[in-house]
Write a protein that binds this ligand. Structure first.
Ligand code: IPM
Ligand code: MG
Length: 355
């Protein structure tokens, strides 16, 4: 890792977002001190808090700071205060706009159940043995962004339109990234689509097959999303790298989080062609527990580890954090969501102590 200071923008966002980001930041600072590198942090607004302050979920000043940064650490956005379905500005627009503006087309969501948490998962322990999955979710295309997208009333009939569209270019780049990951893991990609119904999925399957031919040592399966949703629970150990479009990936990763024991444990990295990336837990802003100091900080701390690995080129520091998390969990330390009684600060302290 180079000697200059790495610039990290922190977007705490709403609800528990700022709390879990503060926890992850303290872990990053501790690791930087131990492994002798320098990090600078800059806090910016995104989501509901940005709407309150500036009337927009993604202020220009936030976007500019993120573009200059080496990496962005994000908490979560949204909450009941901004949930009016007729509102023109919504917190989620900030997150979606940021992913798109930074060109972060691949969202990596690793799911690796911790052995110590086998009792927390609703699945039987033997189903969880050997589970180690990375879901690569396409993040800047599909129905989240397709046009047209509007409401219209024709002859008294109200209609809403969303558009699901993909180009071969969008599919190829994210599938390639999934294959590159698989070639360093168990050499297996599962591409998930709905090719029996959707035209966009038929293109997805065609492009995935062509990309597969570039990686002869990696095997490729195609699965339909409905049966994949079932097999993710009945035979999760069969998966290595999953690649899928934006909305299927959104849904399947909340499901996959059940394998890990809690949404609160799961990190993510959003990457594009450069090294800069956006790192966030996959959980939401959890307004019901915000400000109570009980949120599980592990999803965000594990996201900070991914930040070190993917954006700062510091895999050893990343592994140091991951080992500290494993060790804290192995010692039975747990927040409320995983059946324990520790608050966020105590959980963070436990991880800091084990770095
Ligand atoms: C996620 C979230 C977001 C998404 C929401 C908050 C817009 O569910 O990161 O998975 O759908 O991408
Ligand atoms: Mg989601």
């Amino acid at each position: 890792m180079s000697a200059h200071a790495h610039r990290i923008v922190v977007l705490g966002g709403d609800g528990i977002g700022p709390e879990v980001c503060a926890a992850a930041r303290s872990v990053l600072e501790a690791v930087a001190a131990k492994d002798s590198f320098t990090l600078t942090f800059e806090d910016k607004l995104l989501g509901g808090c940005a709407i309150d302050a500036h009337g927009t979920a993604l202020p220009d000043d936030t976007l500019e700071a993120c573009k200059r940064a080496d990496a962005v650490l994000l908490g979560a956005v949204g909450g009941p205060k901004w949930d009016d379905p007729t509102a023109k500005v919504r917190p989620e627009q900030g997150l979606l706009g940021l992913r798109r503006a930074l060109g972060l087309y691949a969202n990596l969501r690793p799911v690796r159940p911790h052995a110590a948490l086998a009792d927390v998962s609703p699945l039987k322990a033997d189903r969880l043995a050997g589970v180690d999955i990375i879901v690569v979710r396409e993040l800047t295309g599909g129905i989240y962004f397709g046009q047209p997208r509007r409401r219209e009333t024709v002859d008294g009939v109200e209609k809403a339109i969303d558009t699901l569209e993909y180009t071969d270019v969008e599919i190829r780049r994210v599938v390639r990234l999934a294959f590159r990951l698989a070639s360093e893991r168990k050499q297996h990609v599962t591409s998930i689509d709905k090719a029996n119904v959707l035209e966009s999925s038929r293109l997805w399957r065609q492009v995935a097959t062509a990309v597969g031919a570039e990686f002869p040592s990696v095997s490729l399966d195609h699965q339909l999303v409905d049966s994949a949703a079932m097999r993710l629970i009945t035979e999760p150990a069969r998966y290595d790298v999953i690649v899928t479009e934006n909305m299927f990936g959104d849904i399947l990763t909340d499901e996959a989080a059940v394998l890990a024991g809690s949404l609160g444990l799961c990190p993510s990295a959003s990457l594009g062609d450069g090294r800069a990336g956006l790192y966030e837990p996959i959980h939401g802003s959890a307004p019901d527990i915000a400000g109570r100091g009980i949120a599980n900080p592990i999803g965000t701390i594990a996201s900070a580890a991914m930040l070190l690995r993917h954006s700062l080129g510091a895999p050893a520091s990343a592994a140091r954090i991951e080992r500290a998390i494993d060790s804290a969990l192995a010692d039975g330390l747990r927040t409320k969501d995983i059946g324990g009684g520790l608050g966020s600060d105590a959980m963070t302290e436990a991880i800091l102590k084990r770095l």
